[in-house]
Write a protein that binds this ligand. Sequence first.
Ligand code: FES
Length: 153
Amino acid sequence: MSEEQVITKEPETAGAPKEWEPKIIGFLCNWCTYAGADLAGSSRLKYPANMRVVRVPCSGRVDPQFVLKAFERGFDGVLVSGCHPGDCHYAKGNYYARRRHMLLQKFLEHMGIEPERFHFDWISAAEGQKFAEVVEEFTGQVKKAGPFKGVGK
Ligand code: FES
């Protein structure tokens, strides 16, 4: 095979259907997780690019309806993350969030939405590495669950 033939050869994957990629939305607290995501980016850590970020002032600001709306609008997974217990800039916002989202998790299951599609976590501004790991793990989990087809489907 001549050198020219090698250069013009189509890649093996050309024409093959693209692998499905999950669409994930992340509601991140401005003070901790958003800064952690920023740190992950500036540290050039690698993690899947499946997540669209919504910056919220506090994880306590995330109304469970935001999560339900996200599924309704076609997202395959939802991540909510904020400051560690005791670090919330609004004192108790993350405690309210934790309680609310524990109930939401049960409600989602009740509605027929797989629990793997929702994740709540604490990630501080100094935990860029943890942010990258959580996003990677959650993306894998949602990928395994497959495309979200709607409630009860
Ligand atoms: S300010 Fe971050 S969770 Fe409340």
